[in-house]
Design a protein around this ligand. Structure first.
Ligand SMILES: [Zn+2]
Length: 143
């Protein structure tokens, strides 16, 4: 379509969608009960987080559920001042990557400390929560 064949228009579209979780529903059910679990490939032993039913390392679909553990060490973090559209009703927040004691790195919001109080190497605890809308989620809390 050439410019002569159209009139410009602009509007904001709102997008609402459901995220498919059928292969990882055990994770969400456990999280709702305050437990953190993840997948471990039964072929190659790779532990993934977020949980993945299909192994990104060897493509096997065989997996078992293991305890993720809650103790972590802060690797890096950032302070989000300009919030994305999905979090427009939230105050600025801190997002960090924590390395779990016996698992992979986890990306999550960090609570219980200001940016000035955080340093790489700080000890964190991964906690399960349920949002006011009823959705389970997880955050890091500084010990
Ligand atoms: Zn594997």
């Amino acid at each position: 379509m050439s410019n002569e064949d159209s009139l410009p228009s602009r509007r904001t579209l709102s997008l609402r969608f459901n995220i498919a979780i059928s292969k990882t529903k055990e994770f969400w059910a456990a999280l709702r009960e305050g437990k953190l679990i993840t997948t471990k490939c039964t072929s190659c032993g790779k532990v993934t987080f977020p949980p993945q039913a299909d192994c990104p390392n060897c493509m096997s679909s065989g997996h078992e559920w293991i305890d993720l553990g809650t103790d972590a060490v802060l690797v890096t973090f950032t302070n989000v001042q300009i919030t994305p559209t999905s979090f427009v009703n939230h105050d600025p927040y801190i997002v960090g990557i924590g390395r779990l004691a016996d698992g992979p790195n986890v990306l999550a919001w960090v609570e219980g400390a200001t940016v000035e109080q955080l340093r790489p190497g700080d000890r964190l605890r991964l906690e399960a929560r349920v949002s006011p809308e009823g959705n389970p989620y997880y955050v890091f809390v500084k010990n």
